[in-house]
Ligand binder design. Structure first.
Ligand code: AP5
Ligand code: MG
Ligand code: ZN
Length: 217
């Protein structure tokens, strides 16, 4: 499980971990954005919250994660990016794990100072097709405006405007930051310095997850 504020690099690292450990990366943000693109009823309901930088209600979010974890590709393990986001989601996830007879190997907190988060998000380009993210100066795509992974179109996410980023950070501090002590209390929390280059963060995550669980989480 990857924990961290908006712009910490959760999606970037989840994709690398997924490729390396051959398990799916499950991002509630990506699931919601895909549902918005497809204009499903769930997507349209979620859009109202995403556009305001608020969290989608817990009942909807918990249900989509439950459905996603029931798919066969998640049976051998998975990487979570952006879920849980509230203590209520975390306790619901504990119950899901128990029902599946699974345990969480590690919770990785990616730590990045606020000024850098704001800088990263206001300069981020996101693929409309596969949701991969790029940084216009620090991690640019090979061809401007085109996704290296899938050839999709890169856009600036609507919720990455300077104003919305500040609000998302406030929502994170109020509702998601308490999960750090929740998972510290459970003995699962490992903190990684997210200001390092992407590959160094990746190595730090693998090292932090490995000794206790032996597998990526
Ligand atoms: P979500 O999509 O999860 O957004 P977020 O948490 O705000 O996180 P981001 O995707 O903005 O950041 P990231 O940590 O993935 O960073 P990234 O790797 O892209 O959620 C969006 C919305 O959906 C929410 O506001 C809410 O409405 C809803 N939602 C989602 N989950 C929910 C839930 N569980 N409950 C309720 N509502 C939910 O990297 C950022 C940038 O930095 C990129 O440009 C990248 O290239 C660059 N970068 C990354 N790592 C490095 C590095 N080491 N060095 C230099 N640059 C780097
Ligand atoms: Mg993300
Ligand atoms: Zn793509």
């Amino acid at each position: 499980m990857l924990l961290g504020p908006p712009g910490a690099g959760k999606g970037t690292q989840a994709r690398k971990l997924s490729e390396s450990f051959v398990v799916p990366d499950i991002s509630t943000g990506d699931i919601f954005r895909n549902a918005v693109t497809q204009r499903t009823p769930m997507g349209m309901a979620a859009k109202r919250f995403i556009d305001r930088g608020e969290l989608v209600p817990d009942d909807v979010t918990i249900l989509i994660v439950e459905e996603r974890l029931a798919q066969p590709d998640a049976a051998a393990g998975f990487i979570l990016d952006g879920f849980p986001r509230t203590v209520h989601q975390a306790t619901a996830f504990d119950a899901m794990l128990a029902a599946m007879d699974k345990t969480l190997d590690a919770v990785i907190e990616i730590s990045v100072p606020r000024e850098l988060l704001i800088q990263r998000l206001t300069q981020r380009a996101t693929c409309t097709n596969c949701q991969a993210s790029y940084h216009l100066t620090d991690a640019p795509p090979k061809t401007a405006g085109v996704c290296d992974r899938c050839g999709g179109t890169l856009v600036h996410r609507d919720d990455d405007s300077a104003k919305m980023v500040l609000h998302r950070l406030e929502v994170h501090d109020a509702q998601t930051a308490p999960l750090v002590s929740y998972y510290k209390g459970a003995g699962l929390l490992r903190t990684v310095d997210g200001t390092q280059p992407i590959d160094a963060v990746f190595s730090a995550i693998v090292a932090a997850a490995a000794p206790q669980g032996g597998r990526a989480a």
